[in-house]
Ligand binder design. Structure first.
Ligand code: G3I
Length: 409
């Protein structure tokens, strides 16, 4: 399957949507994760099969070790293939997830009595087989996942205890990245972790990992910031940009937001909370837009009807762009408007990224009606390159979210 399906040119008149960025040559993708069990939800399918909304798919679980090699040497790709076939059928790019992770690891690996040599061989066999099975289909692989501990008092960048670090120390990075590069030389190889979105010990540790792998002479392309964030506590756009730059400076050639969701710390949320969530999603979107090496954003599910969060953090959630009934939330309006503005400003086909200085040379004309022109609540009312209506309807006021985007709130 081609990694980047050939698509018709963008239609500037199309209604607001998440607009897969690769269609506009702005970024490579805007996508979503999906779990196997969710594919029986017909309402979900209506949205997720639309590549104008989601140009990229990540299997939420099906490619993890627990499913792909449940017993030693017994490989099973039914769950993974169900999702990759889904993406293929819809012309969506794939991020593949994940190879070496302490979680969802079968007990024969986590409880095995391994020497350095035997565990190295187990990792090599697993990666050669799985990455080989999906060769040519994955834009990127999350090769190593969640390697640092992050409990509040221990968020010091030390390695998580796992069979991999216990037996192999930090050499398992080079082993895993080497095996993945050999099995699919064209896939982008990522180190993917959470709490990598702020400056500090863990971010410095991640930058060190990039250097460590490169100094071992192995290929690593990207750092994946999972971005499981909290409403009102999310990093600012400028922090996000500095963090991304630190990974690029360390030698990564690209970065991505790989599992974005922004949860409410308590429920139900207020309407002000929904506005804050929209701003927080907007900061991530704009930050990615402004850093050339940021290739795309994947949200970890798109509807509050399906999310890992309530099961893991009871009492919190509603972290996604659509609510449980598949209504679009304010955050959807913010993200889609930012993407639409970027689309308007996109360079000619052939260019691959949007430079900040090239932004918005031609903007849509303002809509004028007999009664003048006004923007409904949550609509865009200003921003670099925007030339639409600036008056807000219904008592809302035009508030600046960032350089790109002001919104009627
Ligand atoms: O497959 C079984 C099913 O047979 C059983 O009936 C059901 C009953 O609970 O459980 C199913 O397994 C669940 C699995 O997801 C598949 O749906 C597990 O209980 C559940 O714990 C597991 O959760 C996944 C979680 O990773 C595991 O740590 C989430 O769906 C998945 O979204 C989440 O994703 C991770 C990323 O891979 C890495 N970064 C963090 C992120 C969020 O935790």
């Amino acid at each position: 399957m081609p990694i980047r399906p050939s698509l018709p040119p963008p239609d500037p008149a199309s209604p607001p949507s998440l607009i897969s960025w690769h269609r506009q040559r702005v970024k490579k993708y805007f996508g979503s994760a999906v779990d196997n069990s969710e594919l029986s939800d017909q309402q979900l399918l209506k949205f997720l099969t639309n590549k104008n909304e989601f140009g990229q798919i990540t299997p939420g679980n099906g490619q993890k070790w627990q499913y792909t090699e449940p017993s030693r040497g017994q490989f099973s790709y039914g769950s993974g293939d169900q999702i990759t076939d889904f993406a293929k059928k819809n012309g969506q790019m794939l991020r593949c997830h994940t190879l070496v992770w302490h979680s969802q690891l079968p007990s024969w690996v986590s409880n095995g009595q391994w020497s350095r040599d035997t565990l190295t061989s187990v990792i090599n066999t697993h990666i050669a087989n799985e990455v080989g099975h999906y060769k040519g289909q994955c834009y990127a692989w999350d090769v190593v996942n969640d390697i640092y501990i992050t409990e509040a008092l221990d968020d010091d960048g030390s390695y998580r205890q796992s069979v991999f670090s216990e037996v192999l120390g930090d050499t398992f990075f080079a082993i895993a990245f080497d095996a993945a590069a050999k099995a699919d030389p064209n896939a982008k190889l990522y180190y993917n972790d959470y709490n990598l979105e702020t400056l500090g010990a863990k971010q410095q540790g991640a930058a060190k990992i990039v250097k460590l792998i490169k100094s071992a002479g192995k290929k690593i392309d990207g750092v994946g910031m999972q971005a499981h964030l909290i409403v009102g506590q999310s990093p600012s756009q400028s922090t996000l940009k500095s963090v991304m730059q630190s990974y690029l400076d360390a030698g990564a050639t690209e970065v991505a937001f790989t599992e974005l969701d922004i949860r409410f710390p308590s429920l139900p949320e207020s309407s002000q909370g929904l506005e804050q969530q929209a701003k927080d999603f907007g900061a991530v979107t704009s930050a990615c837009l402004e850093v050339e090496g940021c290739v795309g954003i994947t949200i970890w599910g798109f509807t509050d009807a399906h999310s890992w969060i309530p099961g893991t953090f009871p009492g919190t959630g509603d972290a996604l762009l659509f609510d449980k009934n598949y209504n679009k939330k304010p955050a959807y309006s913010t993200v889609s408007s930012i993407l639409a503005a970027a689309r308007t400003a996109a360079p000619a086909p052939g260019a691959t990224t949007l430079q900040r200085s090239t932004v918005v040379t031609s903007a849509p004309a303002a809509t004028t009606t007999a009664a003048g022109c006004s923007v409904a609540m949550y609509g865009q009312c200003s921003g670099q390159g925007y030339s639409g209506c600036t008056a807000c309807a219904g008592g809302s006021a035009c508030k600046v979210s960032n350089d790109w985007y002001s919104q009627c709130l």
